[in-house]
Design a protein around this ligand. Structure first.
Ligand SMILES: *[C@@H]1O[C@H](CO)[C@@H](O)[C@H](O)[C@H]1NC(C)=O
Ligand SMILES: *[C@@H]1O[C@H](CO)[C@@H](O)[C@H](O)[C@H]1NC(C)=O
Ligand SMILES: *[C@@H]1O[C@H](CO)[C@@H](O)[C@H](O)[C@H]1NC(C)=O
Ligand SMILES: *[C@@H]1O[C@H](CO)[C@@H](O)[C@H](O)[C@H]1NC(C)=O
Ligand SMILES: *[C@@H]1O[C@H](CO)[C@@H](O)[C@H](O)[C@H]1NC(C)=O
Ligand SMILES: *[C@@H]1O[C@H](CO)[C@@H](O)[C@H](O)[C@H]1NC(C)=O
Length: 391
């Protein structure tokens, strides 16, 4: 009798596990994905996506370990009926630049309109950017794809994986409310053009934490329409540091506010904490805090540049500027490669207001060399800053 009950229970358990396996999860290899790094697995991924996105209860899309899935440009569109977890244990490989199919040219993989998405795993995303970088024209950042885009995805969580060699940005967050990106590694060679780590625009309440970002461009760029951004425990470098902007290109009105950058390291980056705006733009950057920052041979560790970019023929001229105010740089320690360790270059049109520097201790990375601060058109309050800032 007891044995029978056990057997019944056991059987029941197996059925439950079975339901979990097959009912709530979709392994891409069960939908025809091969994972040999050569076969185009896009169709199989889309079939698996249709299944999980259309199901009425929470689902997991599984990308198994030990395989390389070659994917052409792909869009995973929502809304989905229930919540979805994408478990990236294997690797995703981008197509050769010469074999790129379809008309989605500026994005490789995009999730669009998928709320409550959890994208996580120990796998790697390889954008195979090298041929793209070689073909890139100087200053042209429009004809290469971003590896992983999240557009209009609310309550998003992204964590754990490594992205290497994206043709352009590694991750883009656009039009998302409440997202957290953590424990990611984003890697590309120092000289690769425009390979930003994470770009944020038009988004609210985005946290980026506990990550390593070493690429050829900005580690994180906070662009127009962003509010409530927290960047914490990020080790950045090589790259161009952490930028607010650029904003106001081609006369655009753009705004960024409530950004807090905390406990980050800039290791041999071309810039550190940077705010950059174009002459001729409008809007504002306000309530920005950079604190507890470690500098290792960083160039331009603290920089505000209201003269970013050049006036191209279609630039509306220098008679307006994106306003910059309420910016705090607190607790910067370390070394600068450039003589001008602090550069606040604000425009005479509207200047920078209420910029505070506290507990800033920067030394030259080059023995025997001095460092200095330069400042134009900024209202600055200094509480212990080396170099000191006079404006
Ligand atoms: C971001 O971090 C803050 C502070 O730790 C936390 O209150 C908030 O819930 C986080 N937001 C998201 C979207 O994870
Ligand atoms: C600050 O960053 C360092 C190095 O990344 C890390 O070890 C430490 O735990 C962080 N501190 C806090 C309070 O998170
Ligand atoms: C400034 O931003 C912080 C978050 O970084 C927020 O808590 C605070 O309320 C903001 N202050 C103002 C005056 O908006
Ligand atoms: C700084 O970067 C160099 C390589 O460029 C690396 O060897 C070193 O460990 C990094 N330091 C920290 C503290 O991350
Ligand atoms: C900077 O140095 C001061 C004084 O040594 C120390 O109290 C502070 O914790 C350091 N901050 C960082 C971010 O390393
Ligand atoms: C500030 O920007 C102006 C305009 O681009 C430039 O001429 C000047 O050299 C800059 N100043 C510094 C200190 O970089």
């Amino acid at each position: 009798m007891v044995k029978m009950i056990y057997e019944l229970l056991f059987g029941f358990l197996i059925i439950c596990v079975g339901l979990l396996e097959f009912g709530n999860s979709a392994d891409v290899t069960k939908f025809g994905a091969i994972g040999d790094g050569k076969t185009d697995d896009s169709k199989a991924f889309l079939k698996a996506w249709e299944k999980v996105c259309g199901a009425n209860d929470p689902q997991t899309l599984q990308i198994p370990h030990g395989k390389n899935f070659l994917l052409q440009p792909l869009a995973f569109n929502g809304p989905c009926k229930s919540t979805i977890q994408v478990q990236l244990l294997g690797n995703l490989v981008g197509p050769e630049s010469s074999g790129w199919l379809g008309d989605q040219k500026d994005k490789w993989i995009i999730f669009r309109g998928v709320d409550d998405l959890l994208f996580k795993g120990s796998g790697t995303i390889d954008g195979r950017g090298e041929p793209w970088w070689k073909a890139a024209k100087p200053k042209d950042d429009t004809n290469r794809p971003t590896s992983l885009c999240f557009q209009s995805c609310n309550n998003l969580q992204v964590k754990g994986f490594t992205s290497i060699n994206s043709p352009r940005n590694h991750i883009s967050i656009t039009g998302c409310n409440r997202a957290s990106i953590s424990n990611v590694n984003l890697i590309a060679p120092e000289e690769s053009p425009n390979t930003d780590g994470i770009d944020i625009s038009g988004s609210n309440q985005i946290n980026i934490t506990d990550s390593y970002i070493g690429t050829g461009d900005d580690c994180v760029a906070v662009n127009g329409g962003s509010v409530g951004i927290i960047i914490r425990n990020v080790n950045c470098g090589p790259g161009h540091g952490l930028s607010i902007g650029s904003l106001g290109r081609n006369g655009k009105r753009e705004t960024v506010e409530q950004v807090r950058v905390q406990n980050c390291t800039f290791n041999r980056t071309d810039n550190g904490a940077r705010i950059k705006t174009w002459p001729g733009g409008s809007g504002y950057v306000k309530n920005i805090t950079f604190e507890q920052i470690t500098l290792i041979e960083a160039k331009n560790p603290i920089i505000i540049d209201q003269f970013y970019g050049h006036c191209y023929p279609n630039c509306k001229g220098g008679n307006s500027a994106v306003e910059i105010r309420d910016v705090r740089f607190i607790g910067f320690n370390g070394t600068s490669m450039s003589k001008e360790a602090i550069k606040l270059n604000c425009s005479s049109v509207c200047g920078c207001d209420n910029v505070a520097l506290e507990q800033v201790n920067i030394k030259s990375a080059v023995r025997g060399k001095g460092i200095e601060a330069v400042c134009n058109n900024a209202r600055v309050a200094c509480q212990h800053s080396v170099p000191s800032v006079e404006c």
